[in-house]
Write a protein that binds this ligand. Structure first.
Ligand SMILES: [Zn+2]
Length: 218
């Protein structure tokens, strides 16, 4: 008997975590449909990376534009600069985009229902992270309860949730993720700035995994 195709929606940002998640879902036999969001980021580096990654992985993708005219965060507000922290913030940092993952998952839910997909993959993790409130186990559990209350069979899968950055990189390396195509930096310069929280977390992960980051030219 032929098993039905497992369909999945993958939220793909073009960064390290979401790219690992795409490769993970593919390795588990899911037919993946990616959603790439343009939510008004000041630079297009990560969106361009996401499109390249989806094309190379030979999966379908939709580019969805969201407007957030009330944005206060430093990633979308053109008048604000990405801060440089000595240590990772313990409170919610100014790079947090208000409601971002809630919005993304709501789009994913709607898309999943339209194509009868029962799985939504999201690359959140709550170990080496920027202290965003929508990247926690509590948030994923609560959103899964929303999906249940809607009487859907859709579940959110977040297998990176409890992994640290080095474990994620090791997993991705086993899955042959082409990390050279990912863009992690909050800034959109020619090269990663190596000073923002996101660059620092990535560098820490590669160092602990004892793997060279292919985006860093020594
Ligand atoms: Zn950076």
């Amino acid at each position: 008997m032929k098993l039905p195709t497992k369909k999945a929606i993958v939220l793909l940002s073009g960064g390290l975590d979401s790219t690992t998640i795409l490769y993970y879902a593919l390795s588990k036999g899911y037919k993946c449909n990616c959603i790439i969001f343009d939510y008004g980021q000041k630079h297009k580096k990560e969106i361009n990376s996401a499109i390249k990654i989806a094309k190379l992985a030979n999966v379908k993708y939709s580019l969805i534009k969201i407007t957030l005219p009330w944005s206060k965060d430093v990633l979308t507000n053109k008048n604000k600069k990405v801060p440089i922290h000595k240590r990772l913030p313990r409170t919610v940092p100014p790079t947090y985009v208000l409601g971002r993952n809630t919005l993304f998952l709501s789009y994913a839910l709607s898309f999943a229902q339209s194509i009868n997909a029962n799985n939504i993959f999201i690359g959140v993790n709550a170990v080496d992270f920027s202290n965003y409130p929508d990247c926690t186990p509590e948030f994923i559990k609560a959103y899964n309860n929303v999906l249940k209350s809607l009487k859907t069979k859709i579940i959110i899968q977040a297998p990176l949730l409890k992994l640290n950055k080095a474990q994620i990189i090791k997993l991705g390396t086993k899955l042959n993720v082409a990390y050279k195509n990912t863009w992690t930096c909050y800034n959109g310069f020619d090269k990663p700035c190596m000073q923002c929280d996101s660059c620092k977390l990535r560098a820490k992960g590669f160092k602990e995994a004892k793997i060279d980051d292919p985006t860093i030219i020594k």
